[in-house]
Design a protein around this ligand. Structure first.
Ligand code: NDP
Length: 452
């Protein structure tokens, strides 16, 4: 028997859940198909458990700092199995919550792998579902073919399920996942080496932050190997051997593959681009009429809030009275290392390449807390201001609470704030964030290469 719906969503992650619940709110009859657990990467294998591990890693620093404030206590130790049990319990709680949310919204959960059979029909096992609209929101998974033998390495999914931590680890890659886990593992007592292709990690971030990330990782004891990646990985009796371009061979008991993620499209029955992503227009329409795609499966801005915003906007467009797109012009992002970094707006080099003449405001200091305990952690901030119209184009920061501060400043930038608006904003003292409204003189003025 064929079941018929207004919307079938493939994938019950952040984007698919948001689209389905919003569509149901508009009165649509919705089915959501999920082959794994309800909640998706962010909740079960990504942002949420990753941040819980970052909290765990930060306690070591906090305890060391506490001694500087007069506390004494016996030497602390970390138990990964205890953390893993707490993480599993929290994931189960969140999954149950998500299942309840689907039920409360009247969305039908269909468990299994969904495959498109033409634009309006989805087959899940021996069930056949049809709908006016189909949404692909199947997310992405770690790549397993970036280097010969990389499939032998662990991925971030596996790391978050470890019961004990290795004594030594290598990380291949220099992106978000590589940096976040290098920062955490080194704090949890793992001697960590990072191999990446460029001069600094985090290609695509502002140079100030990339250099700050290198310095922070080195302070944490991470052995950075810029410009050096294995040519291949081989399994050995005791772990993995990395064969480097300079012919050196290094053995590690545990290696993390952090060389990127690829959209989950295999077996779906849709056309994909060279990266395996589903191509869409600005209304998330794929090449098949009535079939849409949002989130990481489209490989544009692979961030949870983007997938959620796209899912809600698509549901409003299809079933509400408010067709709309999502503006991806000012999307903040953060790297949850220690200390964390966050950005909104273009990098200095991208802003120059776009033709802006820039006033660059920068500051670099130790917080009063760091100074009090004799710490070496630095806080760095940068504002990029369009010299022609005074508009603040970008905010970049590394330091405690950077993601929280940049999220709040994103409101100002979205509203079109100028540097004069920052200057007339009253400071809140004593905070770190007040520095953003106290930078009076530009560190420099820079022009695009053609105009320089
Ligand atoms: P990224 O795309 O951020 O980084 C991939 C890294 O792998 C880059 O350093 C890249 O190097 C390197 N790489 C790729 N191919 C090879 C290769 N063949 N040999 C050697 N190195 C290679 O991917 P991640 O896996 O770190 O994260 C995936 C996505 O998940 C991110 O894009 C992000 O959108 C999201 N994410 C977001 C987080 C957050 O918001 N805090 C946290 C974690 C993930 P190169 O730069 O030289 O190309």
């Amino acid at each position: 028997m064929t079941e018929s719906y207004d919307l079938i969503t493939l994938g019950a992650g952040s984007g698919g859940m948001a689209a389905s619940r919003r569509a149901a709110l508009h009165g649509a009859k919705v089915a959501i198909v999920e082959s794994h657990r309800v909640g998706g990467t962010c909740v079960l294998r990504g942002c949420v458990p990753k941040k819980q591990l970052m909290y765990a890693a930060q306690f070591g620093d906090a305890l060391a700092e506490a001694r500087g404030f007069g506390w004494t206590f016996a030497a602390p130790s970390f138990n990964m199995a205890q953390w893993a049990a707490a993480k599993a319990a929290e994931a189960a709680r969140l999954e149950a919550l998500y299942r309840d949310l689907l039920q409360a919204s009247g969305v039908t959960l269909v468990e299994g792998w969904g495959c498109l059979e033409g634009p309006k029909t989805v087959v899940v096992g021996n069930r056949r579902l049809t709908a006016r609209h189909v949404l692909i929101a199947t997310g992405a998974a770690p790549v397993t073919d970036s280097l010969p033998g990389i499939e032998h390495c662990a991925t971030s999914d596996g790391l978050l399920d470890l019961q004990t931590l290795p004594e030594r680890a290598a990380i291949i890659g220099g992106g978000y996942i590589a940096v976040e886990f290098a920062s955490m593992l080194s704090r949890l007592g793992v001697a960590t080496t990072m191999f990446f292709r460029d001069r600094a990690p985090l290609r695509g971030f502002d140079d100030m932050l990339r250099d700050a990330a290198s310095a922070a990782l080195q302070r944490a004891g991470v052995n950075l190997c810029p410009g050096l990646v294995p040519q291949r990985v081989q399994q050995t009796a005791n772990g993995l051997r990395l064969v480097l371009a300079d012919t050196r061979e290094l053995e590690f008991p545990w290696v993390l593959n952090a060389t990127g993620r690829r959209p989950n499209t295999s077996g779906l029955g849709v056309a994909v681009d060279a990266h395996g992503a589903v191509p869409v227009d600005d209304r998330w329409q794929t090449a098949l009429p009535g079939v849409y795609a949002i989130g990481d499966v489209t490989n544009r801005k692979n961030l949870t809030p983007v997938a959620i915003a796209e899912g809600r906007a698509l549901a409003d467009t299809l079933f509400g009275a408010t067709p709309r797109t999502v503006d991806l012009g000012l999307v903040p992002s953060a790297v949850f290392m220690v200390p964390p970094m966050a950005s909104v707006g273009p990098t200095e080099s991208d802003a120059l390449a776009a033709g802006h003449v820039l006033k660059v405001f920068e500051t670099d200091f130790r917080t009063m807390k760091q100074a009090f305990v004799g710490g070496h952690e630095r806080t760095q901030m940068k504002l990029l201001v369009d010299a022609a119209c005074d508009r603040v184009l970008a905010v970049h920061m590394m330091g405690t609470d950077a993601p929280e501060i940049v999220q709040a400043l994103t409101v100002a930038l979205t509203a079109g704030a100028t540097k004069a608006d920052f200057d007339r904003t009253m400071a809140l003292h004593p905070t770190v964030a007040e520095e953003f409204v106290l930078m009076r003189e530009p560190a420099r003025m820079v022009k695009p290469p053609a105009a320089a």
